[in-house]
Every structure is written in C-alpha cells, then in structure tokens.
Design a protein around this ligand. Structure first.
Ligand SMILES: C[S@@+](CC[C@H](N)C(=O)[O-])C[C@H]1O[C@@H](n2cnc3c(N)ncnc32)[C@H](O)[C@@H]1O
Length: 318
C-alpha cells in the first residue's frame, strides 16, 4: 500500500462543493444514495449527516481509498456499505446489492487528493515513484507501460486531447526517441524532467511544464472519459421519481460529456437543425436543475486550490 503524505492525506482532504452538492441531492429527505466515487468519504459522510434516515452505498475502484473511507464511516454502522467496482458497472453493482431504485446518485469525477498525494502511486511529479497512475491497481496497464507500447502519434494525441498541451508532438517525439535509445520512461521524474527539457518553463500559467502531460496520461490510463455518457444513462435509469443526480467534473471534456448527456436525457431534440421533423425520438427523463454549472466561490478556491476547475451539474428524475 502506498504511504499517504503526512498532513496532506486522508484527514486534510476537503470535499469539493460540499454544501452545494448536498443541497442538490436534497439529502435531508433521507433514503438510499449511491456515492459512485467514495474517495475518502467526505461527500458520503455529509449525506449520512444530512438525515438520520439516509443510507449510502459507496463505490470506488481504488481499494486503498475504500479502506480509509470504511474506517472513517464505521460510526454509521450499516447505513454505509461499500463495493470495490467501476461505477460504469452501476447496474450490475445495484443488482448484486438487490437494489432497483435509489433516491440519489453522486459522481465526483477524477482523481482524489489521496491518489495525488500518495507516495509511490505515480500520479504526481512532486514525488519520485514508478510511473503507475492506475486508480485500480488490481489490473490494467500502468502509465509507463502505456508509454512503452503506444506509437508516437498516439502519445501525441493523448497529450494534446486530454492535456490540451500545445507541444504534444515534441513531447511525444522525445519520449519515443528515449525509448528507442533503450531508456524507456519508468518513473515520475523521468517523465517530468523530459517534458521540462522538451518544452521549457510555462511562464504564462506558472505551472510545472509537465502538469498537462501528467493529467493527460492519468485520463488515458484510467479511461476516464470512456462510457461516461452510458454511466449517466444508467444512473438516471436507477433514480426513483424526484430522485436526484449530482455530477462534479474537473475537465472541460468531461464536463462537455456530462452537459450533453443531461440535455439529451432532459428531452432536448438531437436531430440536425435542418430536419423538418424530429426523428431522434428522445424522451424527457429528467429536469435539469443547473442551467449553468455551479462552480466554487473565491473562498473555496483559496482554501482548496484543487477545486478551481470543478463544475457541478444536477438533475431531478421526472
Ligand atoms: C475526486 S475523488 C472523490 C472524493 C470524494 N467525493 C470525497 O469526498 O472524498 C474521485 C474518486 O473516484 C474514484 N473513481 C474515479 N473513476 C472511477 C470509476 N470509473 N469507478 C469507480 N471509482 C472511480 C477515484 O478512485 C477516486 O477515489
């Protein structure tokens, strides 16, 4: 198990947009909520505190996080249950738990502070570690393996698309040249140093030059954008009438998928504007509760800079 950093691990983790999320879920009504991204259990705990009748079924694909959440939420007894799974298997998880409908579903997407701050998991260039980046370490390919396998074009595409990094082609070329010299990228510092040398300092945004490349690789390793739309469809399917969905995203590509899928589920016609009649056959399953995404205020961003790119969207089942 990777060791969390002293003082920045489990206890100092601040759930993002906490009050706004609990309000959106209307958790004070009690009932069964699914927290699809338990992490360290901050949002789950707030749901449990909102009503003595609230229960949470927590899902996470990171066993280390689930272990910590279990300890934190032990005081709530059988009101908190958890499952190690990918939330994209929500229907299977609920069927196994013999649950058909729930009062609310929450997904706080992306990476947790525990993962970013853990020594040895390879999410951050701040600590020298094997370049792993898997949220679920029970299987799958590590970031180092991915960089050892993919072509230069594929590496460049990932860094450009998921990291919005202008110098993606140059970085990919340097990675592949290094690999061809028989020195594949193996650690966080191998990659961070290579990117820093390939692109030079990011004077404009004053961030480490490897920030975008690390984000891009993490998204690719964990397939973070794959089937997000299908997960949202499953989540809405399992909501009872007036049940609530809340989704927090941290990346514009992720937010775009959430926004578009919610619009479609709200009955917005998907036909090209030139068609004289609607043929897409969408039906209204939800009402959108956030015409614009809810974002953190200045105070929250100051206290928790990692919240700065968060966007919360919510809906109610009709
Ligand atoms: C931003 S953190 C959640 C923090 C949490 N809300 C809290 O208050 O501590 C995101 C969590 O979602 C998990 N996660 C990301 N994608 C997942 C997926 N597809 N299935 C299950 N868990 C996932 C990550 O492992 C991580 O622990």
């Amino acid at each position: 198990m990777a060791e969390p950093l002293g003082g920045r691990g489990a206890l100092s983790h601040r759930p993002v947009l906490l009050r706004e999320t609990i309000e959106l879920l209307a958790a004070e009504r009690g009932g069964l909520f699914v927290d699809c991204t338990v992490g360290l259990g901050g949002h789950s705990e707030a749901i449990l505190q909102a009503s003595p009748d609230a229960q949470v079924l927590g899902i996470d694909r990171d066993e280390e996080a689930l272990g910590l959440a279990k300890e934190r939420l032990a005081q709530y007894g059988s009101r908190f249950r958890f499952v190690h799974a990918d939330f994209r298997e929500l229907t299977r998880v609920l069927a196994t738990a013999k649950v058909r409908q729930v009062r609310g579903v929450l997904a706080d997407l992306g990476v947790s502070s525990l993962q970013l701050d853990s020594l040895g998991r390879g999410f951050s260039f701040r600590h020298e570690a094997p370049l792993d980046m898997r949220m679920d370490r029970s299987g799958g390919e590590t970031a180092a393996e991915l960089l050892g396998r993919l072509s230069e074009v594929e590496i460049a595409r990932i860094i450009f698309e998921y990291g919005e990094e202008r110098r993606s082609r140059r970085i990919a070329r340097w990675i592949v040249e290094r690999r061809e010299r028989g020195e594949p990228i193996q650690t966080t510092h191998d990659l961070a140093d290579l990117v820093a040398r390939a692109v030079g300092p990011d004077k404009k945004r004053r961030i480490h030059p490897a920030t975008r490349t690390f984000q891009a690789l993490r998204i690719a390793v964990n397939g973070e954008l794959e089937n997000l739309d299908r997960f949202l469809v499953q989540a809405v399917d399992h909501l009872e009438q007036a049940g609530r969905l809340a989704v927090i995203s941290f990346h514009s590509l992720e937010d775009r998928i959430v926004k578009r899928t919610l619009l479609k589920l709200s009955g917005r016609c998907q036909c090209p504007p030139r068609l004289p009649v609607c043929i897409c056959g969408v039906t209204k399953q939800i009402s959108i509760l956030t015409r614009r995404a809810i974002v953190p205020g200045e105070e929250e961003i100051e206290e928790n800079p990692r919240s700065r790119s968060a966007k919360l969207r919510g809906a109610s089942k009709v």
